[in-house]
Design a protein around this ligand. Structure first.
Ligand code: PMP
Length: 382
C-alpha cells in the first residue's frame, strides 16, 4: 500500500496506477554538450521589461552573465585559443602557456579554458586590483603576477609585462612548450569572436529586426565585431558607444580627438580612467576598437552615479543583478531609446553578473531597498 501511495504522490493524477503511467517520448536527438567549450555562446536575449515599459521602446539585453566563465569574455578567450591552435602557436596538452595582461573577466575565461585545453594561464595584473580577483584566478590554477600600476608606455605595465613574459618563455631553453601572448587588445581574433558569434546570434534572435545596438568598449572587440556583422545586413542600424566617465573614447567618436583639453581628460593619472566601472572605458584606440570605429554613429557618456542607480533599479524591478559595465550599457540604451522615440528596438549587452562586482561597484551602489521604488527619471537624474 505504501508503494502505491508514493506512486500516487509522484503522479500528477492520483487515480493513475504506475503501470498505466507512460514516460513522455524522448526527442529524437540527444542534447549534450561535449565539455565546457560547447557551453559558450548562444546566450538568451532578454526583454528588460522595466526599461521597455518606461521608454515605449523594446530594450533587449544579451545575457552574457550566463556564460560558463560568467562573462562575455568566454567567447573571446575561446577564439584567441582556437586561432592560436590553428596557427600552430599552441598545441593542446603540450606544456604551452598562455600569457595575458588583464584586470578582469578575460583572465577568468582564459584560466578555465586553459584548463579545459591542457594549457597553463599566466595572468599579469596591477597590484591595486582587489585581492579577490587574483584569489579567484589562483583558485582556477592560473599563475598570477601582480605588477605596480603603470601607464601603457611603461615596460612594467601589466600588458607589456605579459608580452615580455611570453617572449622569455619562448626563448628559454629550459621552460617546456611555447609561450603564447593572447593580446586581447590588439589580437583581432577578439572582434572576430563577436563577428562570428554575438552578432549573428543577435540578428537571428531579433528575427532580423532591430534599430540600434548599444555597447561599451574595453578592448572594443564586442562593439566592433557586432557592428561589422550587423551593419551590412541592416544599413539603417544605429551603433552607439556607451562610455563611462573619464574614458577618452566618447570624445574620439563625437569630436574625432581622444582628449578634450577643457575637461582635463588627458592629464596623466595613475588610474587609467577615473570611474568605478570595470571592464569598459579606455584612453587609447586599440586595434579591436579601430576595427569597428568607423561604424559607430554616436557615443553616450554615462556617470558612475546613474550607473549605480540603474543597477539598483534593475534588481528592484526585475531581480536582474548585473555588473557595472552592463549598468552603463543599460543607461545608454535608455537614453538612446528616448532620443529615437517609442516603437524602436534597442539591443545591448549584459556583460557579467553583479557577483563579480561586490567589493567595488556594488559596495558603493548600496543595498536595494524593500519598500519605496525608484522611477526611471530618478535613475537618469542620479
Ligand atoms: N564588460 C566587462 C565586465 C568586461 O570585462 C569587458 C571586457 N574588458 C567589457 C565589458 C567590454 O568588452 P570589450 O573588451 O569587448 O570591449
Amino acid at each position: 500500500a505504501g508503494a502505491v501511495l508514493v506512486a500516487d504522490w509522484l503522479s500528477d493524477r492520483p487515480s493513475e496506477t504506475p503501470r498505466e503511467r507512460k514516460s513522455p517520448p524522448a526527442k529524437a536527438t540527444e542534447d549534450i554538450r561535449n565539455g565546457l567549450e560547447e557551453c559558450i555562446g548562444n546566450t538568451p536575449l532578454i526583454r528588460i521589461k522595466c526599461l521597455s515599459e518606461a521608454t515605449g521602446c523594446e530594450i533587449l539585453g544579451k545575457a552574457e552573465f550566463l556564460e560558463p566563465g560568467g562573462s562575455v569574455k568566454d567567447r573571446v578567450a575561446m577564439k584567441l585559443i582556437e586561432t592560436a591552435e590553428a596557427e600552430g602557436l599552441l598545441t593542446p596538452h603540450s606544456g604551452d602557456k598562455v600569457y595575458e595582461g588583464t584586470v578582469g573577466s578575460t583572465g577568468v575565461s582564459l584560466a578555465i579554458l586553459c584548463r579545459a585545453r591542457g594549457y597553463l594561464a599566466h595572468i599579469c595584473m596591477p597590484n591595486d586590483q582587489s585581492a579577490e580577483k587574483s584569489d579567484l584566478l589562483t583558485k582556477l590554477g592560473a599563475e598570477v603576477e601582480r605588477v605596480p600600476p603603470a601607464p601603457i608606455v611603461d615596460r612594467a605595465q601589466f600588458v607589456n609585462k605579459a608580452r615580455a613574459r611570453s617572449e622569455e618563455h619562448t626563448k628559454s631553453p629550459i621552460i617546456p612548450g611555447s609561450g603564447f601572448f593572447a593580446d586581447q587588445f590588439e589580437n583581432e581574433a577578439n572582434w572576430k569572436a563577436h563577428y562570428e558569434g554575438t552578432g549573428p546570434e543577435i540578428f537571428d534572435q531579433c528575427g532580423g529586426k532591430l534599430d540600434c545596438f548599444v555597447a561599451g568598449a574595453g578592448t572594443g572587440g564586442t562593439i566592433s565585431g557586432v557592428a561589422r556583422y550587423l551593419k551590412p545586413h541592416l544599413p539603417k542600424l544605429k551603433i552607439v558607444l556607451a562610455d563611462p566617465q573619464g574614458s577618452g573614447l566618447y570624445n574620439r567618436i563625437r569630436y574625432g580627438v581622444m582628449f578634450d583639453v577643457r575637461e582635463r581628460e588627458g592629464t596623466r593619472r595613475r588610474q587609467q580612467v577615473d570611474t568605478i566601472i570595470e571592464g569598459i572605458g579606455i584612453n587609447r584606440v586599440t586595434a579591436n576598437f579601430e576595427a569597428g570605429r568607423p561604424l559607430i554613429d554616436d557615443a553616450i557618456r554615462v556617470g558612475d552615479e546613474e550607473a549605480m542607480a540603474m543597477a539598483r533599479f534593475l534588481v528592484e524591478r526585475e531581480g536582474l543583478f548585473v555588473g557595472s559595465s552592463s549598468a552603463v550599457n543599460c543607461v545608454a540604451a535608455v537614453r538612446t531609446a528616448l532620443q529615437m522615440g517609442p516603437g524602436h528596438r534597442v539591443v545591448t549587452i549584459l556583460c557579467d553578473s553583479g557577483t563579480r562586482h561586490l567589493s567595488k561597484f556594488w559596495a558603493k551602489a548600496g543595498n536595494v531597498g524593500g519598500g519605496w521604488k525608484m522611477t526611471l527619471e530618478e535613475v537618469l537624474s542620479a
